[in-house]
Design a protein around this ligand. Structure first.
Ligand SMILES: NC(=O)c1ccc[n+]([C@@H]2O[C@H](COP(=O)([O-])OP(=O)(O)OC[C@H]3O[C@@H](n4cnc5c(N)ncnc54)[C@H](OP(=O)(O)O)[C@@H]3O)[C@@H](O)[C@H]2O)c1
Length: 263
């Protein structure tokens, strides 16, 4: 355990959920590069330890704390906040990244799995925002990056709960951005399209078309965050697709999404 008294740092602190893999792992690397101390959380302790060891070896003086938690559990966000208070760290940037997607015929997906998806993708994200945003507002700086998806822009048949969860994240983030940006706090909905990660091990095979890297996604996110944008769609082809879709009737875009995602 870190000796709290010995670690008095003026570096900003980022809390990243789902940092054991994929986009969250890449956020940890990029934010360490930018001079942040980190709190990384996920369920797989070994992965987090590997990440932390790599970052400590590469960035002299960095503080990296690990919190192992299952964020689908209702008590987890509060427990994470309590642990961070105990560590004496003020979160300057919250990256709500942990998430997964169920795929298939609605009636064939286990109800408990979809409850877990809503708990993780939606409830934990709101709870963590509640836990850390008030202090950011008091300080007059800081922010939240919520990982939504291009799935947030139209209903997604065969991934109906996932699409709805990401539409929630996008709408919630845009609304909150409007509430807080004049008080110095940023909220961004980062919307990746298909990205090479372990996501497709649990969800579905990636749709045909360009696949982005996690580094691309994180670079897009941090650029938009630094500009104070409310929404960022990663990658030109995803941006064009969303723009075209916005010109079509919603029934058409739902049908097209259904064709693409059909199991
Ligand atoms: N990849 C894509 O194409 C894509 C596109 C659009 C949006 N996204 C979004 O991007 C975010 C990151 O996904 P990714 O592609 O990087 O997926 P990934 O490689 O599967 O990583 C998911 C991360 O979430 C964590 N996680 C999963 N369930 C958890 C739980 N119950 N409690 C705590 N942590 C949990 C995992 O860690 P543990 O397993 O160690 O807990 C892992 O670190 C998600 O919100 C996803 O919806 C991904």
């Amino acid at each position: 355990m870190t000796n709290i008294a010995a670690v008095s740092s003026s570096r900003p602190v980022a809390l990243i959920t789902g940092a054991s893999a994929g986009i969250g792992f890449a956020f940890a690397q990029a934010l360490a590069e930018r001079g942040y101390d980190l709190i990384v959380t996920a369920r797989r302790r070994e992965r987090l330890e590997e990440l932390a060891a790599g970052l400590r070896a590469k960035h002299a003086g960095i503080r990296v704390e690990i919190i192992v938690a299952d964020l689908a559990g209702a008590a987890a966000p509060e427990q994470i906040a309590a642990e961070i208070a105990r560590l004496g760290m003020d979160v300057e940037l919250l990256v709500n990244n942990a998430g997964f997607g169920t795929h298939g015929r609605f009636e064939s997906i286990a109800p408990a799995r979809e409850q877990e998806e809503i708990a993780l993708n939606v409830a934990a994200l709101v709870a963590l925002t509640h836990a850390f945003l008030p202090a950011m507002l008091e300080r007059g700086h800081g922010g939240v990056i919520n990982i939504a998806s291009t799935a947030a822009f139209q209903p997604v048949p065969w991934m109906s709960v996932y699409g709805a969860s990401k539409a929630f994240v996008r709408s919630f983030s845009e609304a909150l951005h409007e509430e807080v940006h004049a008080r110095g706090v940023r909220v961004l909905a980062l919307c990746p399209g298909p990205t090479a990660t372990e996501f497709f091990d649990t969800a579905v095979a990636p749709p045909r078309g360009p696949i982005r890297t996690v580094r691309d996604v994180v670079a897009t996110g941090l650029r938009a965050y630094e500009k104070g944008a409310p929404v960022a769609i990663d990658g030109p082809s995803n941006q064009i697709m969303i723009r075209l879709a916005s010109l079509m009737p919603r029934r058409w875009t739902t049908k097209i999404a259904g064709r693409i995602m059909h199991p």
